[in-house]
Design a protein around this ligand. Sequence first.
Ligand code: ADP
Ligand code: MG
Length: 435
Amino acid sequence: MAKIKTNEKLSNFRQKDKGSTMSEVRPRVDKPILSIAPDVKHRLPGVPLSDLRKVADHASKMLVNVRESMLAPHPRKKSPTFTTSQIAALCRIDRKKVIYSWDKPELALPPGTATNRTREFTLAEAREWIAKLGPFKKRPTRVKGKKIAIGNFKGGVSKTTTAMTLAQGLSLYGRRVLLIDLDPQASLTALTGILADSEVEEDQTVLPLVYGDQDSVRYAIKPTYWDGIDLISASAALFGAEFYLPFKQSKDPSFEFWNVLNKGLEPILGDYDAVIIDTPPALSYMTINAFMAADALVVPTPPSALDYASSTQFWNLFADLADNMKGLVPDVELKRFDFIHVLLSKVDSNLASTHAVRDWINRTYESFVLPIEIPTTTVTASAAAEFGTVYDISKYEGSNRTYQRAREAYDRFAEMIDQEIVALWEAEKEATDGD
Ligand code: ADP
Ligand code: MG
């Protein structure tokens, strides 16, 4: 079947344009269009049309500079290193036990690198320690990883930050995580240190799956700078899916536009403990795919009046979507989410309004609201400036209390999700063992 790709569409337009030149389109003007007497001209207030050309020329020059600096090789992101005390904390053991363990050949633990009087461990080494000495239950064989979509149709509510920090938090419980960026704005991809504009080819995104050239997303999976986290990137080309999916559905009634991601993920679920899907701030075809594929949903919601108002819109649209799907998918009633959580995000307790809106959110979404909330923090803001999160920081320059407060909130969120995932695995194992 013919594919509609946005690039092709654009090049068609360009083909058509080739015959005409600007001189045919633009009338020749020998005389000024506005003939204002010279003495009046300089007394008129405001911006004259002639200034637009100056701004346009300046903008073009700037764009060339910005593009050059964006295309220039830039230093790759580095994951943090860990001290002996941090290894002990991550493994929930005493520091002395770490020191006692690193020389025991039978434990075969990575010894780290000796610095002055102590040792330093890479993230990969830390994760080996966690896997061997941490108290965390492993995923039973034959039980698949859990798919968690992060959604809210409003931008700026912390979806992408939640996706990244959850992946990082889970990786420090020894989990293997696949991140999927479905937002054409590619912020999650940027958080892993990749520039979508210049570094992401279409075949590193879900597009070949969407176009039916691939049956599994495996082709698009790439490791990231963070041991234990793999990524399927996004780029602006993802907008193509929004044209192609409805087009294909209209041509082929047996096609299931909502089931493409779900099917493509199935073959790789055995390789991961969690698959975290970041969605665009819109009810797009890709968002529907994310929600229909997901086992669980996290809806970050800041306790601000405007975000509260748009969150009600999210639930309405989501409910409408579910109703519409009933007409399309006979067994949509069978679709179940293991859990749906409203996560209070960017909570600024210094604002008087926060308490009132938090109360509205609790009364509206009741048991969906998590008992954990993520504070607004300068740590996130400063880390974001360098395309990072709280977890990317080895040593925070600001106050340790500020850092700890932010870090603890993210840790508790990841811990809670991890416990839920483990409980679901256990339940599934029991169900399959009983068969
Ligand atoms: P979304 O994906 O919903 O658009 P982002 O995760 O990109 O939201 O977050 C929007 C902005 O808010 C980003 O600049 C991010 O750094 C910032 N942000 C997210 N969480 C926090 C937080 N807890 N404290 C301060 N800033 C935050
Ligand atoms: Mg985002």
